[in-house]
Design a protein around this ligand. Structure first.
Ligand code: CTP
Ligand code: MG
Length: 238
């Protein structure tokens, strides 16, 4: 086992939390991350859950430049909570968060990225992602597709049934080495390609992230119905 891998197996990791979105599909007056969930803003539910994890060292939250709702939190569960300005796309916000961590970690250190909009992530899934992800050199939580998959034509009619085997839905957190992830995201930015998760940027750079199966309850709150589901899931501890 290389020295860097041995060190990583024992250490705790920073987590970048992109929270600079506008919640357009949710359609509320305020961005969805500030809507109440189980008695507090959704974003705080997510941050508390992450900070409570023993393998997480601190949080770097990417906020919209005009964010008027951030409560000014500086620590949770004794872990530092830092903020930076996000960007126009999710990937820009993640890259801003990674750059803001530049002085705090080396190129080879692993870093996590987790959507602010996923408040129901389970601690045991984070633990498994870290354990398997370090050994694999990079990984993401994901869920195998369960439904039958249809291809639609332009009129919305089903014209084919796609194979479901080997199809996964990407979740977060995702775990990669800081330097490699920054390079991969910079390359996609330079190419004008919008990536919707970190693994997509890493794949484009020639990496092969490990898919670590995570709970389906790790939903991304996108619509009001998702918020009701998240409330239910948190109530039964996900
Ligand atoms: N995000 C971000 N910066 C952006 C866009 C999104 O940090 N420019 C964050 C969101 O705050 C969210 C996560 O990325 O935590 C996933 O994005 P999504 O669910 O699409 O949230 P929004 O972009 O806010 O929602 P919508 O696409 O409906 O506007
Ligand atoms: Mg979005």
């Amino acid at each position: 086992m290389a020295n860097t891998e041995r060190a990583a197996r024992e250490s705790a990791f920073w987590c970048v939390v992109p929270a600079a979105g506008r919640g357009t599909r949710f359609g509320a007056g305020v961005p969805k991350q500030y809507l109440p969930l189980a008695g507090k803003p959704l974003l705080l539910c997510t941050l508390e859950r992450l900070a409570a994890h023993p393998r997480i060292a601190g949080l770097m939250v990417a906020l919209a430049a005009d964010d008027a709702h951030w409560p000014g939190t500086v620590s949770l569960h004794g872990k530092p909570v830092l903020t930076c300005h996000g960007g126009g796309e999710r990937a820009d916000s993640v890259l801003a968060g990674l750059r803001a961590l530049d002085g705090r970690m080396s190129h080879d250190d692993f870093v996590l990225v987790h959507d602010a909009a996923r408040p129901c992530v389970r601690a045991e899934d984070v633990s498994r992602l870290i354990e398997l992800g370090i050994a694999a050199g990079g990984a993401l939580l994901a869920a195998p597709l369960r439904d039958t998959l249809k291809r639609a034509d332009a009129q919305g009619f089903s014209i084919a049934t796609e194979p479901r085997e080997a199809r996964w839905r990407a979740l977060t957190p995702q775990l990669f080495r800081h330097g490699a992830l920054v390079a991969a995201l910079e390359a996609t930015q330079a190419a004008g390609v919008v990536v919707t998760d970190e693994a997509m940027a890493m794949e484009r750079a020639g990496h092969r992230p490990l898919l670590v199966e995570g709970a389906e309850s790790n939903i991304k709150v996108t619509t009001p119905a998702d918020m009701a589901l998240a409330e239910f899931l948190l109530g039964r501890e996900c």
